[in-house]
Write a protein that binds this ligand. Sequence first.
Ligand code: GMT
Length: 396
Amino acid sequence: MSTPPRSPDSPLRIGVLCHPTYGGSGVVASELALSLAEIGHEVHLFSHEVPPRLARSPGRVLMHRAQGVPYPLFHATPHDIAITSAILDIHRAHGLDVLHAHYALPHAVSAFLARAAALADDPARAPRVVTTLHGTDITLVGNDPSYAPLTQFVIRASDAVTAVSHWLAKETAEKFGLGGARGCAVEVIHNFVDTEWFSPEAGAARHPCSLRTGPTAVHVSNFRAVKRTPWLVRAFAKAVGERPANLVLVGDGPDLPACRELVRELGLGERVTFLGERDALPELLAPACVFVLTSSSESFGLSALEAMSCGTPVVATRAGGVGEVVEHGVSGLLCEIDDLDGFAANLAALLFDPARARSMGETARRQAVERFSRERVVERYVDLYRRVLARAPYPG
Ligand code: GMT
């Protein structure tokens, strides 16, 4: 069963584990999987559903939808162990070199268990585990006392750990005290964007506000509490007053009903458009005057980067790692998290000064291309995979 040593540039067999989310880590993992497959690696993606970004691509990633079977004893079907089992099955048949877990819970746990089983089969063939931390896996859920001991364990037991921003790497070190005997340093690899798809040229013909008067601000998220979308609706009302302007809200999630209610209460009527989840994001982002993000915590802000890549400047709160993506006064405007007046002033400053917004948008596009291109980031992950493969694995 032992395999010959790999040459430094031979194609790798990579298993990617992710949540099948419409945005965030599900997008990063899917885009990375597609890019790795495109440059010749064999990529298997494990999730309990096909991630939307993978589903819309013809790319040659091998999808393993692992849901497990319901059983009366289970409170909920444990898809994380179904994923572990699917990985083991594929590893035994194909020999995976690396398992790349996106979002610590439960994926770093599933990857750890699969590696432990593979070590028991044949230590020489066991895959290495790379864990990428995305945000609330450290700041909210992973840090909850009900999960924290296991989060810390799997981070320490990973062969390498990356975070999507310097801010998140620091949070991780502070919350989980990495750097001990078996703890490895967290490496920062920023997220990337497909700058060809998210382009200023994305068609605007059927934009929902093309028949309205006034400039448009757009927001894309999953409407969880951390995004503070009701706060955004209030800030928009304050920024525009009686002046004609539009707010387009893209996505769905728990705070959507509260936003609808607030729009009615504030008499914003048709000025706010709710679009629900959409795939045609570049077509919605490129024609907008401003992208808005009001999170209380945000490790990176991928949606802000996608807007920048479309040439749309960002007005945001200075939450977490957002300042590593958006440069204040250059590619957008930032304010402190609870500064509603400051946010409204920043939003008005760009909405009602199209020349300034356009110029910042051009810089935003340039920075997206220069600092967050797909090629550069994918290369860094491949380099990391090869480095961990050159080392002895942690024991299972
Ligand atoms: O951590 C989350 O809240 C979910 C996660 C996701 O899976 O959607 O979002 C995080 O990961 C994204 C991709 O790396 C980042 O762009 C987001 O900033 C981050 N969200 C938060 O930190 C709230």
